[in-house]
Design a protein around this ligand. Structure first.
Ligand SMILES: Cc1cc2nc3c(=O)[nH]c(=O)nc-3n(C[C@H](O)[C@H](O)[C@H](O)COP(=O)(O)OP(=O)(O)OC[C@H]3O[C@@H](n4cnc5c(N)ncnc54)[C@H](O)[C@@H]3O)c2cc1C
Length: 472
């Protein structure tokens, strides 16, 4: 921790109260590293405001002294966006104390929440009002709405409900000047000029600090059908996706792809993981359909689609969950797939998207290319097949140290991303650029697009104090 000039220290404490300014090493340590422990930073202080007015005062003070501000939510981001640089010249601004759910309006199908509200708490508040807030992801017990907005988070229900960008109606933002923009509108339609909220969604804290949001709610599903399916390859899995969408009245919520190795690692490392099928298969799918009307016939629709798929050779085996406990076991396995890889050793992660129709081609070509480049590498591509979003992870070969693999693996990342771009894809589907991918976008975005991004940044944040060194 860098010593804070006494005058600034007094100013921050006056604004936030003594418990709003953290400076000692033990208290600040969790804020200075990321979830994966890939990055370690330093900061002048960690500041914990209680409302937008306090955020505004801090930002004005930082602007005056040209101090960089790193906004931080639940700190579950996977690209180092919420970790300050090692220089120790920035402050971390934690939104954790701004966690109120201000209102749930069941009639308007909206919730107004502060940026620090934990995603799971927002889901629970919506459910208590007989509504659904559909964003759902592995870190939902810790990540915050402000972080979800700033990374334009995706997760396991994007196929049906869209990503965070599609779930936000209004925002309140503290701008880099310290001004508060109140755009907390609860409107479905508003064509009064530029849609400014879109600038801040997915901006990873580089254009301003999100302090509150109006979120879209939906009718709460009352029926659900979940299946675990063995499929020979992703091409046939995509045929099944189309069949399931049609059969269910487009009520497929999740369509997740898992390779055999991912299941093996989950079974090996994560207690409570159960292999749902006896037939070993190169690929599996976790499929979930939901409906908001009772007796919607989802189970029958799923059964019929799977029966036809068995006959047509799209799948080799399937099981439909018979109880809530069985459904939970399937989702436990899906989450254990992430944990299993972590416990197995080092992996190089890619969060890519390609057009849904080209996922199968991408996987076939990319896996072949990886094996050619490093024959012992263990690809574990898994994720949101229905969105064309694959977590194309490469697990360290047996018998090589994690460090040696990560060192050699840099070249593999360029191969993966070049292939993604050749198919019209994206090198970051849902995690953002942060520090991890910032250097790479120069290779993949056109000069025109980069210049546009930089001119937006310069217009909103001319002093460059918002999350320096991230995104652009
Ligand atoms: C186990 C696990 C599973 C995950 N699964 C998914 C998944 O399925 N889909 C997915 O999309 N992501 C996933 N993630 C990534 C992560 O959870 C999301 O990116 C999440 O949206 C980050 O929220 P956060 O509050 O933790 O943000 P942080 O990590 O704190 O911050 C992320 C970025 O947003 C900025 N930021 C945070 N709050 C604000 C604010 N109020 N105003 C302005 N900028 C802000 C930060 O500066 C940083 O750049 C997963 C992560 C883990 C650990």
């Amino acid at each position: 921790m860098v010593a804070l000039a006494p005058e600034l220290q007094r100013n921050f404490a006056e604004i936030l109260g003594p418990d709003g300014v953290l400076q000692d090493a033990a208290a600040t340590a969790p804020y200075l590293t990321d979830w994966r422990k890939l990055y370690r930073g330093a900061a002048i202080a960690v500041l914990r405001p209680r409302n937008a007015a306090e955020v505004s005062k801090i930002v004005r003070l930082c602007a005056e002294h040209s101090i960089g501000i790193v906004p931080q939510g639940g700190n579950t981001g996977l690209v180092g966006g919420a970790t300050p640089s090692a220089a120790g010249t920035e402050i971390v601004l934690s939104l954790a104390r701004m966690n109120r759910i201000r209102a749930v309006d069941a009639e308007n199908f909206t919730a107004t929440v502060e940026a620090g509200a934990i995603l799971q708490h927002v889901q629970e508040a919506a459910a208590a009002a007989d509504r659904l807030f559909p964003l759902s992801l592995g870190a939902e017990g810790q990540c915050q709405i402000g972080g979800n907005i700033s990374t334009n988070a995706g997760g396991i229900a994007v196929l049906r409900y869209g990503n965070m960008r599609e779930l936000v109606l209004g925002l309140e933002v503290v701008l880099p000047s310290g001004e508060i923009w109140n755009g907390l509108r609860a409107l479905r339609k508003d064509n009064t000029g530029y849609d400014l909220k879109q600038l801040f969604i997915g901006a990873e804290g580089t254009l301003g600090i999100v302090t509150a949001a109006v979120l879209k709610l939906f009718p709460k599903p009352v029926e659900k059908a979940t299946a675990f399916v063995a499929t020979p390859d992703p091409a046939r899995a995509l045929e099944l996706l189309a069949a399931c969408r049609a059969a269910s009245g487009d009520n497929v919520t999740s369509f997740e792809l898992l390779p055999r190795l991912a299941i093996d690692l989950a079974l090996k490392h994560v207690p409570g993981s159960v292999d749902p099928l006896r037939t070993p298969s190169p690929w599996y799918l976790l499929i979930e359909m939901t409906a908001t009307a009772p007796n919607a016939g989802l189970r029958e629709a799923l059964e019929k689609a799977l029966e036809a798929a068995l006959t047509n050779g799209l799948i080799a085996d399937a099981t439909i969950a018979e109880s809530e406990a069985a459904t939970r076991r399937l989702w436990h396995l899906r989450e254990a797939v992430v944990e299993g890889q972590r416990l197995e050793g080092a992996s190089i992660k890619h969060d890519i998207a390609v057009p849904v129709a080209t996922v199968a081609r991408f996987l076939e070509e990319a896996v072949r290319e990886m094996i050619a480049a490093m024959p012992a590498v263990r690809p574990v591509p898994f994720g949101h097949l229905g969105d064309g979003n694959i977590h194309f992870n490469l697990m360290q070969p047996v018998g090589i140290s994690g460090e040696a693999f990560l060192e050699r693996g840099r070249a593999l990342t360029t191969l993966v991303h070049d292939r993604v771009m050749a198919l019209g894809g994206s090198i970051s589907a849902e995690h953002g650029l942060g520090q991890l991918r910032r250097g790479e976008i120069a290779r993949y975005k056109s000069a025109t697009e980069l210049a546009l991004m930089r001119s937006l940044k310069a217009a909103l944040d001319p002093r460059g104090i918002m999350n320096p060194g991230k995104v652009v």
